[in-house]
Design a protein around this ligand. Structure first.
Ligand SMILES: [Zn+2]
Ligand SMILES: [Zn+2]
Length: 370
């Protein structure tokens, strides 16, 4: 990050630039004027924003942010941080799950050495593999930017990016939508074939699983902190009730107690375990973690890749698996567990040759389900 000692603030402020960009991307026609800009809004947009179809942004002398003038009603609306109109635009923009398409051009695509690359990346504890063929192909990756929030006694929120190969459904670790260093092109959405709907639907349970795994990783420290506090509070609680009980039991030994007051004290002592259980339950509620997740943007990445037909041999049986060499992360994408959809580097085969992760290999979910 660079800090300028004396930033020159000649440009429009961010809220006004956002408002203008918002109008342009919602089909308004924006026209530059010497004193600001005018925008002609489609009727439905004007209605949603509670504006007239013609609005003019003008910057009052000395001000950084323009105001929006509505000629029809001669109304003036501010365009700054927190102004109701900008807030309304943010709400509308956040309401959509935008999908971007990005086409990648790759200068050099790996042409050989796939056997070696696979041998170095993967292990095959109960089979032997060999590349049968490979060819240049086009493939598609999807990057889901997801927002999450974990709530307990404290709160944590953040973003995770999850990527999948649309053809294999395999999760791609370490890939996000930034793609710096690649020649990229963003064609208009109607210039490329629409996403294969069924593929997206098939991806949803995998997305769910990948989200759970990733968020579990993201909030590991948060979870540990809550757990530590829970155990600390439980310890204090049981110490407190332990000493209370000892005190009350001791008081029973005092001389001169009437049978009625002995009975009353004993009754109170008998209530302690229930009281402790209730307080323990409250603590569990206080420290349990609820998570919320929302995918907020999807990027379709269309790219050349190398499609590899890989043969796995176990005993006398053979199985063929399609793999992709992914030029964006310069690696062969992980195998995909046929049981749970996890990406994997240690590849197990069941007796009927389903590709399985170490978790699923004990009991093949595909064979069990058959
Ligand atoms: Zn699995
Ligand atoms: Zn199986």
């Amino acid at each position: 990050m660079r800090f300028d000692a004396s930033p020159v603030e000649t440009e429009e402020g961010l809220p006004a630039r956002f408002a203008r960009h918002f109008l342009e991307t919602h089909d308004a026609v924006v026209e530059e004027k010497p004193e600001g800009w005018d925008a002609l809004l489609p009727g439905d947009l004007a209605q949603r924003l509670d504006l007239s179809e013609l609005v003019s942004a003008r910057r009052p002398a000395g001000a950084r942010n323009p105001v929006l003038h509505i000629p029809e009603t001669d109304q003036i609306l501010p365009l700054g941080y927190g102004s109701p109109l900008v807030e309304k635009m943010i709400d509308i923009a956040a309401d959509r799950s935008p999908m971007t398409v990005c086409r990648i051009h790759v200068d050099y695509l790996k042409k050989a050495g796939f056997d070696r690359a696979i041998a170095e990346t993967f292990s095959f504890p109960n089979s032997v593999g060999v590349v049968e063929s490979h060819a240049e192909a086009r493939t598609e990756y999807s990057v889901f930017d997801c927002w999450y929030q974990a709530r307990s006694d404290e709160q944590q929120e953040g973003m995770v990016a999850l990527s999948f190969n649309l053809e294999t459904g395999g999760p791609i670790p370490g890939m996000d939508g930034r793609l710096t260093g690649f020649s990229r092109e963003f064609p208009p959405p109607d210039a490329v074939p629409p996403p294969a709907r069924e593929r997206f639907i098939q991806l949803l349970p995998l997305l769910q699983k990948a989200l759970e795994d990733n968020i579990a990783g993201e909030i590991a420290n948060f979870r540990d902190r809550m757990k530590r506090r829970y155990h600390r509070d439980i310890r204090h609680l049981s110490e407190y009730y332990g000493s209370l009980r000892r005190e009350m039991e001791k008081s029973l030994e005092r001389p001169g107690l009437t049978p009625a007051s002995i009975a009353e004290r004993k009754e109170k002592i008998a209530l302690i375990p229930d009281e402790l259980a209730r307080k323990t339950d409250d603590l569990l509620k206080k420290y349990s973690i609820r998570t919320d997740v929302r995918p907020c943007a999807v990027m379709r990445i269309l790219t050349p890749a190398v499609k590899i037909l890989y043969k796995l041999v176990k005993g006398k049986a053979e199985k063929r698996v399609t793999l992709f060499y992914n030029p964006l992360v310069k690696a062969v994408d992980p195998f995909v567990c046929e049981g749970c959809g996890a990406g994997l580097y240690a590849v197990w085969l069941c007796d009927r040759l389903h590709v399985l992760c170490p978790d699923c290999r004990g009991r093949c979910p595909v064979c069990e389900g058959a």
